[in-house]
Design a binder for this molecule. Structure first.
Ligand SMILES: *Cc1c(COP(=O)(O)O)cnc(C)c1O
Length: 386
């Protein structure tokens, strides 16, 4: 039986080149970058070097990179850190109803702290428009947070245009670019964003390390107090192996981005067309073209996503019914519901996300195995009988 991993939106394997670059920093080069002896301060320059390499990939300055424990912390720091440091100017925040929970739940927490949050609705493809954003901005708006690409349905937001609206209104703009990392351009000058979150494990780097890009002049309160690391914006001894690994992973991802994306897009489209040919009454969720090259999200009428996943697992296929965080609960995805997908159809949704190691053979295998599973489950469904 083939083992087919199609959940790259949840996490990716660490590339061997990345592991190799990280290994010395666990053992012989273990020093604390803040120490005054050689084994320590040598790691200070390793850290500076990794920061420079990462900044270069984002067209940012090294002083604008704050290392974090991952995407969730970066999102929390952007929203809580910015809102708390700038609340004298206003207490209104704008985000969308399709964000990852790291943004959504942080925004809801800010409401408890006395901030007011507007959750912009999306259209049937999961998009918000620049016009919608412009109309939502008020004199007391201080921050906008809109994701670059959606982790469930893959829809790519018009970030450049949205950031421009915020800039013209003199409102700070943050984007959760965690799903875009490795797939889309992360040039912060071109995008025009003030803050941007990334997580290494979504682009073949290690888990537990990420970053927040923060444009010069933006003030943030730290979430974690203690030492003076990260220019006093994030205390704690730095994750040196993780940061070195993230730098390597980002360089590799960007260098191979265009070639990889071309190959993966072709496989994605083969999968979408093949499923449409073989399974009646399915619907592609998300935007037909303005979507991540590796994302397939379909609703399959009359069946439950959970039973589909279990049956796929028995065939060696790893997939998701939405985001890893929402699966496991019986609530349908907040993203699909926000896009106007009815409850009963949102329940039968399946997310397949391809990666750099995905082969045509694997896609053929899924196209052979998935349709009979759907047929079997539909045959047992009382809804389908009617
Ligand atoms: C995975 C993900 C996160 C969370 O990143 P972690 O590093 O796992 O904390 C945040 N936002 C999006 C869009 C994601 O896909």
């Amino acid at each position: 039986m083939l083992r087919v991993y199609l959940d790259h939106a949840a996490t990716t394997p660490v590339r061997p080149e990345v592991v190799e670059e990280m290994l010395p920093y666990f053992t012989e080069k273990f020093g604390n970058p803040s120490s005054i002896y050689r084994i320590g301060w040598e790691n200070r320059s390793v850290l500076d070097d990794a920061r420079d390499r990462i900044a270069a990939q984002l067209a940012a300055d090294s002083s604008e990179i704050i290392f974090t424990s991952g995407g969730s912390e970066a999102d929390n720091l952007a929203i809580k850190g910015y809102a708390l440091a700038n609340q004298k100017r206003g207490k209104h925040i704008i985000t969308t109803s399709v964000e990852h929970h790291a943004v959504l739940d942080t925004a809801k927490y800010m409401e408890k702290l006395g901030f007011e949050v507007t959750f912009l609705p999306v259209d049937e493809y999961g998009l918000v428009s620049p016009k919608q954003l412009a109309e939502a901005i008020r004199p007391d708006t201080i921050l906008v947070s809109i994701m670059y690409a959606n982790n469930e349905v893959g829809t790519i937001m018009p970030i450049k245009e949205l950031a421009k609206v915020a800039r013209e209104a003199r409102v700070a703009f943050h984007t959760d670019a965690v799903q875009a990392g490795g797939s889309l351009s992360l040039d912060v000058q071109d995008l025009g964003v003030d803050m941007l979150s990334l997580s290494a494990h979504k682009f073949y780097g290690p888990k537990g390390v990420g970053l927040l890009y923060v444009r010069k002049g933006i003030r943030l309160d730290p979430l974690i107090h203690g030492g003076g690391q990260e220019r006093r914006r994030r205390a704690g001894t730095e994750n040196v192996p993780g940061i070195v690994g993230m730098a390597k992973a980002l360089e590799l991802a960007n260098a191979e981005r265009e070639e990889n994306m071309r190959r993966i897009t072709a496989l994605r489209d083969k999968l979408i067309l093949g499923l449409r040919d073989r399974i009646p009454e399915i619907k592609l969720n998300g935007h037909p073209t303005q979507r991540l090259p590796n994302n397939v999200n379909i609703s399959i009428k009359y069946i439950e996503g959970e039973s589909l996943l279990l049956n796929l697992d028995m065939k060696g296929i790893a997939a998701s019914s939405g985001s890893a965080c929402t699966s496991g609960s019986l609530e349908p995805s907040h993203v699909l519901l926000a896009m106007g997908v009815p409850h009963e159809i949102a329940h039968g949704s399946l997310r397949l996300t391809l990666g750099r190691e995905t082969t045509e053979e694997e896609i053929d295998y899924v196209l052979a195995e998935l349709p009979p599973i759907v047929e079997k489950l539909r045959a047992m469904s009382p809804l389908y009988q009617e």
